[in-house]
Write a protein that binds this ligand. Structure first.
Ligand code: NDP
Length: 281
């Protein structure tokens, strides 16, 4: 077993190996990051035996981000509030769970000069990623966050997690007006489902609204194309993906690579090259 890896099911199309192997190579560290398919019934055994099998750290993706919390020795405050772990570190032989999606998302917005403080946000989706995004926006001073989700109960759960200034709606109530930032966090539009959008139209979109889709494959979802055709600025989730990975790696090796623009650019270049080839399209 590799010392660093991502577990999930499926994991075959993950670009995490590109992120982490680029970092290890850049820093001259002798590690290799691998993917490992882990079925739900294997999760407990994998986590419990991770340290004795010589592991140093792992990332967690669908469908284990929540369940893995039951098997680690400790949790960061953020991961506990969000209710999802995407990174596990070994410290003194014990396992600690973190969530780097939230900070990854904020770093993306900041790098694109999108102002969060006092902003009115509309968020489509209420899954694991939405929880991290909503938490991060609230923590960074968003004025209001309206959550639109197919399953109203899940939107309500996100509101309960945050407490104030967050409002739950069903997806059918969505209108694009009166917001400064509009974000899709659903998986609708993800490759190969590239002709689908979570909403039928963005008719009422204000010209200044920044429109974000945390999907990065395809690089421009139908949702982003709809917004772009109205003249709005649009952003995909590639930067968030890179930042969450750099933050995870920093937790493992105790460095601050996330501040390195040169390394970020190198990772971006390698991912774009990979996404261009057949494996992902
Ligand atoms: P979850 O499965 O936890 O949530 C999926 C969300 O999509 C839910 O809100 C769900 O609604 C909604 N949804 C799915 N299918 C439909 C549909 N047919 N109609 C209406 N709503 C639907 O997934 P995650 O939150 O973990 O991931 C969501 C997306 O975010 C994925 O595309 C993933 O790739 C991306 N992502 C990107 C990251 C990045 O770094 N850029 C990081 C993490 C995720 P309901 O509650 O009603 O089921």
């Amino acid at each position: 077993m590799g010392r660093y890896l991502v577990i999930g099911n499926p994991v075959g199309h993950s670009v995490s190996p590109i992120i982490h192997n680029t970092i290890f190579k850049y820093l001259g560290l002798p590690y290799e990051y691998e993917t490992k398919r882990v079925y739900k019934c294997e999760l407990k055994e994998f986590v419990t035996n991770f340290v004795s099998n010589g592991g140093y750290g792992f990332n967690v993706t669908v469908p284990h981000k929540r369940k893995v919390m039951d098997y680690v020795d400790g949790l960061s405050l953020e991961s506990r509030i969000i209710g999802a772990v995407n990174t596990v570190c070994v410290k003194s032989g014990m396992l600690f769970g973190y969530n780097t999606d939230a900070e990854g998302f904020i770093r993306q917005l900041k790098s694109d000069n999108i102002r969060i403080e006092n902003s009115r946000v509309k968020l489509i989706g209420a899954g694991g990623a939405a929880r991290a995004v909503a938490y991060a926006l609230h923590k960074n001073g968003a004025r209001t966050i309206k959550i639109y989700n197919r399953t109203f109960e899940r939107a309500k759960e996100v509101c309960n997690m945050i407490g104030e200034k967050v409002y739950a709606h069903t997806l059918s109530e969505f209108t694009a007006d009166y917001c400064d930032i509009l974000i899709n966090t659903t998986s609708i539009g993800l490759y190969p489902d590239i002709d689908s959008s979570p909403v039928e139209n963005l008719d009422d979109l204000l010209p200044h609204t920044a429109v974000v889709d945390i999907i990065y494959n395809p690089s421009k979802t139908k949702f982003l194309k709809m917004a772009e055709s109205k003249g709005n600025a649009v952003y995909n989730g590639l930067k968030m993906l890179i930042y969450q990975g750099m933050l995870a790696n920093d937790l493992w090796i105790n460095r601050n690579t996330v501040e390195s623009k040169a390394l970020f650019d190198e990772i971006m270049k390698n991912i774009k090259r990979e996404l261009r080839n057949e494996k992902h399209h």
